[in-house]
Design a protein around this ligand. Sequence first.
Ligand SMILES: Nc1ncnc2c1ncn2[C@@H]1O[C@H](COP(=O)(O)OP(=O)(O)O)[C@@H](O)[C@H]1O
Ligand SMILES: O=C(O)C1=C[C@@H](OP(=O)(O)O)[C@@H](O)[C@H](O)C1
Ligand SMILES: [Mg+2]
Length: 176
Amino acid sequence: MLVGPMGSGKSTVGLVLGRRLGLQRLDADDLFVAQHGVISDYFSRNGEPAFRQAEEEVIGEVLSRAEPCVLSLGGGAVLSAQTRDRLRHGSHVVYLTVAEDAALARLNGGLGRPVLAGDPGRTWRRILAERHALYREVSQWTVDTTGRSTEDLATHIIRLVRQAESTTPTTGAVHP
Ligand SMILES: Nc1ncnc2c1ncn2[C@@H]1O[C@H](COP(=O)(O)OP(=O)(O)O)[C@@H](O)[C@H]1O
Ligand SMILES: O=C(O)C1=C[C@@H](OP(=O)(O)O)[C@@H](O)[C@H](O)C1
Ligand SMILES: [Mg+2]
């Protein structure tokens, strides 16, 4: 499972990991769109609380499936206590970080991400400050993606997970 702020590369790295591990790769935002339509339209029609509720349900459904998969979450998924609780039980969770300027360069002015409307830079920073502790709370590893290719990141993440699986669970948590 990949968590982290918008632009950290959760969706893109998830794709690479799925391919490299031969696992089904799911993106919570894509599942949301398939069920409810475009996120920014949903936001303007129903507001953020309704989006969060529907997002929690979509993620709950995926996490209750038995098959192993790589799941890229939306940046705000960790706002849900229920989702955090589900993530802490039985999943390998990686927190992808990124420097603010790199994230903003990747995010194309916040296009398609309604929570960044207005002043994307300031909003991105504020949102990260609000969520950083939640990302840490649910994850076993923190991996900085700034200046690293998605292939290199996938190699690094696969190594971390394999290492943890070959050692005892208590030594698996390796936040730097
Ligand atoms: N490690 C990376 N280096 C450079 N660009 C990246 C990297 N990871 C993702 N990107 C690009 O940044 C943009 C946002 O990535 P995305 O995977 O959608 O992030 P998230 O799902 O975390 O919001 C995409 O255009 C993607 O191609
Ligand atoms: O951080 C957020 O609140 C959001 C992040 C987006 O996903 P990404 O993190 O994949 O961009 C998407 O779920 C929605 O626009 C809200
Ligand atoms: Mg994404």
